[in-house]
Design a protein around this ligand. Structure first.
Ligand SMILES: Cc1cc2nc3c(=O)[nH]c(=O)nc-3n(C[C@H](O)[C@H](O)[C@H](O)COP(=O)(O)O)c2cc1C
Length: 198
């Protein structure tokens, strides 16, 4: 591709009142921005008007930090992106969702639903949630080791992917569950078709 044909792709990594832990203290900031849908809609529309390709929401299934320096907690990303999809029309909507602490079927269904509702704009930042705080929220004392987390992640990615490099869509039910023996049995799992791409 010639230099003239090259495009810069921009992603807005949005965080509540801002990335700096003291951003919420600025007089013009909203300290409750994390739970204020109007705030998120305004950010999403600003990013879309500024020609960003996508917006991205970080997340994890546990509170992070002490709450001493910044307000803790935030809206669940897929719920928030579903709302934002109704107030934007072009921007990609990327949610961070844990492959370790979600069942593959539920995960695939929720992501496919956001994809439909948004007109094919949903994206998934796949994380495997390695912290003890996340494990504790699910009653698990010992965290899964790295290779187990990533094996489970692959089992979750397959039913959500149309990539020719992955032998999906199917999910290995038994290996995707806690404490079960690994199995290569296929389930015949089927997803609803992906939403229209823009
Ligand atoms: C830009 C960026 C954003 C990330 N956002 C998240 C996030 O929202 N939630 C999360 O659990 N991990 C997040 N991570 C962590 C990684 O997904 C990954 O788990 C981490 O780098 C540890 O690697 P490992 O899983 O191979 O041990 C992020 C990493 C980067 C570089």
């Amino acid at each position: 591709m010639t230099a003239a044909g090259r495009e810069l792709h921009l992603n807005a990594f949005l965080m509540e009142a801002g990335h700096h832990e003291a951003a919420w203290r600025l007089p013009e900031s909203n300290p409750r921005a994390d739970f204020d849908l109007a705030h998120w809609i305004q950010l999403a529309q600003l990013a879309e008007d500024a020609k960003f390709d996508s917006l991205f929401l970080a997340d994890g299934p546990a509170l992070t930090g002490s709450g001493e320096f910044r307000p803790p907690g935030q809206l669940e990303p897929l719920t928030l992106l579903t709302a934002l999809s109704q107030h934007t029309s072009r921007i990609g909507l990327i949610a961070t969702v844990s492959s370790t602490y979600n069942e593959p079927y539920n995960l695939a269904r929720r992501l496919a639903s956001v994809d439909h509702v948004s007109g094919g704009r949903a994206g998934w930042n796949i994380v495997t949630s390695a912290t003890p705080e996340e494990a504790a929220n699910f009653g698990i004392d010992d965290r899964l080791d790295h290779s187990s987390r990533y094996a489970r992640a692959l089992g979750s990615v397959r039913p959500t992917s149309t990539s020719p490099n992955l032998p999906g869509p199917h999910v290995d039910h038994r290996s995707a569950r806690w404490g079960a023996e690994h199995s290569t049995a296929e389930s015949g799992f089927r997803l609803v078709p992906a939403g229209p791409r823009r």
